[in-house]
Write a protein of this length. Structure first.
Length: 118
């Protein structure tokens, strides 16, 4: 499974961005995977931002609750991250993740840079 993330960029504090991550079509289904968004700021560890399981239940890091929204389009093999009310501390490289734990599958996209200026 190959993941292609895009949509990052430079935005002012308070602005919005929408990230997309498209998974290549393969014999492994997209709809059966937990899709996640993670971010890594300079000098820090990669952390989970949001995730969405096959049934649609979502999970968010406390720091983004109420501002970010994750969604998926299984027909398009794509997961989205809508980011609103962005803050300078949201600046990081954002990565999408495809995970099917019971199959031992854990794939990462290449990352997309999000920079929020104050």
């Amino acid at each position: 499974v190959q993941l292609q993330a895009f949509g990052g960029g430079l935005v002012q504090a308070g602005g919005s961005l929408r990230l997309s991550c498209a998974a290549s079509r393969s014999r492994y289904s997209f709809s059966g995977a937990t899709m996640g968004w993670y971010r890594q700021a300079p000098g820090k560890q990669r952390v989970m931002v949001a995730s969405i399981v096959p049934g649609g239940t979502t999970t968010y890091a406390e720091s983004v609750k109420g501002r970010f929204s994750v969604s998926r389009d299984n027909a398009q093999n794509t997961v989205y991250l809508e980011m609103n009310m962005l803050k300078p501390e949201d600046t990081a490289v954002y990565y999408c993740n495809y995970k099917r734990v019971h199959l031992g599958m854990d794939y990462w996209g290449q990352g997309t840079q999000v920079t929020v200026s104050s």
